[in-house]
Design a protein around this ligand. Structure first.
Ligand SMILES: *Cc1c(COP(=O)(O)O)cnc(C)c1O
Length: 385
């Protein structure tokens, strides 16, 4: 079966009621027929569910589908994207280890690297996203992990996954990619040499702004290590959220195709606007890493950034003049969203630090939704004018 079909047809076994939609197993634990069966399940001699912090049928179904999409051997599902990221580092690193990362990463991941992991003696070295050749200068004997996001947030810059994975192999680093912005419909980092892929399922997997979730994908061996850590530290997802997320995957390909189309069209229309000084979208020929984007992505994704002339003030004014687009801190939703990073998510950084990660004063990030492109455009155009 093809991808579109499997995402709709792959599901856990039906119960005796032969329901069409998968039932929600909202239970914290599972029963056994005998003491012997219970003992066998606990000692892994028999397959079976024990307790929902360990595993749950709805969670298994969701994780298996994402593993299939990413071409991964195994998966582990968590309560949010951040608990997926934290569990990964908690499981794989110890005091004294170092992380190598590009600076353009999700805000909370940056906080984890700079404020939380150092408490346990784990430090991060940052490297420029567009100069992979220079990264070997920053690898030390303690470096264990190479961690990247591409496209980056909020600048939608592109990092060459193939080159990055060559460097990781050369130095024996575990190569981890946060693939949230691209989704596995547009990009499968494992094909380019990634060892682990992480997702915030809160974004495109849900796609309608309802639930939080996270997934880690990779080899059986690495996922087993993460599972051992996560089972006993407790970042488990609710079966209800996993049930919603699994159902949402049925429409993922369809949705991402439309997100891609709307974002590309929006990027083209913005490029022709007087009041806009530049537009960045991976599949626009003017994007500085267009060739790399075309090599590793099959669609440009749903995020577009552009610089409005007039700096911070005009950036804020643009948001205030929008009538339909939502002002909210989410992305990947069916509803189009606009944010102004310089005055919100990145306001605590100095202007110099913001510029270092590509956040110019008038930068606007649009998460193109699934509304009709002409309605999205009408709102943006009236706010610009
Ligand atoms: C949202 C996001 C996260 C964190 O995910 P949560 O589900 O909010 O915990 C991590 N990485 C990226 C790229 C994100 O957009």
């Amino acid at each position: 079966m093809r991808k579109e079909t499997r995402l709709i047809r792959d599901q856990i076994e039906r119960s005796q009621f032969k329901e069409h939609a998968v039932p929600l197993y909202m239970t914290s634990s599972y029963t056994f027929d005998s003491a012997e069966q219970m003992a066998a399940t606990f000692s892994d001699e028999e397959d079976g569910y024990i307790y929902s912090r360990y595993s749950n049928p709805n969670v298994t179904e969701f994780g298996d589908k994402v593993a299939y999409l990413e071409g991964a051997e195994a998966s582990w599902v968590t309560s949010s994207g951040m608990s997926a990221i934290f569990s990964t580092f908690g499981a794989l690193l110890k005091s004294g280890d170092r992380i190598l990362s590009a600076r353009s990463i999700f805000g909370s991941t940056h906080r984890l690297f700079t404020e939380i992991l150092p408490k346990w003696g784990i430090e991060t070295d940052y490297v420029p996203f567009d100069d992979v050749e220079s990264w070997n200068d920053s690898v030390t004997a303690q470096t264990k992990v190479l961690y990247l996001e591409t496209p980056t947030n909020p600048g939608v810059d592109i990092i060459d996954l193939e080159k990055a994975s060559e460097l990781a192999k050369e130095f024996g680093l575990i190569f981890i990619v946060d693939n949230c912005f691209a989704t596995p419909v547009n990009q499968q980092p494992i094909k380019f040499g990634a060892d682990l892929v992480i997702h915030s399922a809160t974004k495109y997997f849900d796609g309608q702004g309802r639930t939080m979730g996270g997934v880690i994908l990779g080899t059986e061996q690495l996922i087993a290590e993460i599972q051992a850590f996560a089972r006993h530290t407790g970042p488990s997802i609710s079966p209800f959220n996993a049930w919603i997320l699994s159902k949402s995957l049925e429409t993922l390909t369809l949705r991402v195709e439309r997100h891609n189309q709307n974002a590309l069209e929006l990027a083209k229309r913005l490029e022709a606007e007087e009041s806009v000084s530049f537009v960045k979208y991976p599949f626009l020929e003017s994007h500085p890493q267009y060739e790399i984007a075309k090599k590793q992505m099959t669609g440009g994704g749903g995020l577009v950034t552009f610089e409005i002339k007039g700096g911070i003030e005009k950036g804020r004014e643009f948001l205030n003049r929008l009538k339909m687009l939502s002002l909210t801190a989410n992305l990947g939703d069916s509803r189009s969203i606009a944010t102004h990073p310089a005055s919100t998510t990145h306001s605590k950084l100095t202007e110099e630090d913001r510029l270092a990660v590509g956040i110019t004063p008038g930068l606007i990030r649009i998460s193109a939704g699934l509304e009709h492109i002409d309605d999205i455009w009408a709102d943006i155009q009236q706010a610009l004018s």
